[in-house]
Design a protein around this ligand. Structure first.
Ligand SMILES: C[S@@+](CC[C@H](N)C(=O)[O-])C[C@H]1O[C@@H](n2cnc3c(N)ncnc32)[C@H](O)[C@@H]1O
Length: 199
């Protein structure tokens, strides 16, 4: 099964992928709020104003409001068509389906790349393609904000890869990435907020 099929299958079982279930727990909501607050504190809304922000693997747009309040140009990309259709029905912005890791965006067209719990689902071969695409679309002086699973045990699931935060630091070697905060979720898994600018 390729990723698209994995996510299609997942969608059939769980419904909306992104918030996955309607019964999102308070703890998860608190974690999301924590990420938003940290990002806003670290950067301030002003920093995003008129900037082009790519939310890669946007799901059902949980982070749309954070960026929309900052008056930026928001682009949401996702592999799952149903999520993109849902976002288009809810929010007024650009949402597009991507096929694998190739995105139809111009070179040097994005100022901030944001991903929340997306890279952890992509095998290394896919991440190498994605790295090239991120490098191509991110402007000189651009930033990355990543929030990914960094749990220090082996993942039992075939579709989640637990990796140390330094894996992403080493992968995106054109960036100067730093670990900001760790958040432990309901399943006792660790997620790390990793932020940095282009070298
Ligand atoms: C756990 S959800 C997170 C969604 C959203 N970022 C959030 O935090 O609410 C993972 C999302 O990544 C998308 N996805 C998985 N593999 C992808 C890929 N290779 N390229 C783009 N999106 C992908 C899935 O369709 C899904 O919407």
């Amino acid at each position: 099964m390729n990723y698209k099929e994995v996510w299609k299958d997942h969608f059939k079982k769980l419904g909306n992928i992104g918030i996955q279930r309607k019964d999102v727990s308070d703890k998860e909501q608190t974690a999301i709020k924590g990420i938003m607050e940290y990002v806003i504190q670290a950067y301030g809304y002003e920093v995003f104003k008129n900037q082009c922000v790519l939310d890669y693997g946007c799901g059902i747009g949980r982070f749309f409001n954070m960026f929309d309040s900052a008056d930026c140009k928001y682009i949401g990309l996702d592999l799952t068509k149903q999520n993109i259709d849902y976002c288009k029905s809810q929010y007024f912005s650009t949402f597009k389906e991507v096929d694998g890791e190739i995105m139809h965006l111009d070179d040097n067209s994005i100022e901030v790349i944001f991903t929340s719990t997306v890279l952890q689902h992509i095998p290394e071969s896919g991440l190498l393609k994605l790295k090239k695409e991120f490098d191509r679309v991110l402007v000189p002086g651009g930033s990355m904000i990543l929030f990914e699973n960094t749990t220090e045990i082996e993942s039992e699931s075939e579709w989640v890869f637990f990796r140390p935060w330094t894996f992403y630091k080493d992968l995106f070697d054109f960036m100067d990435l730093q670990r900001k905060i760790d958040i432990i979720d309901i399943a006792n898994e660790k997620h790390t907020l990793i932020i940095g600018g282009r070298k």
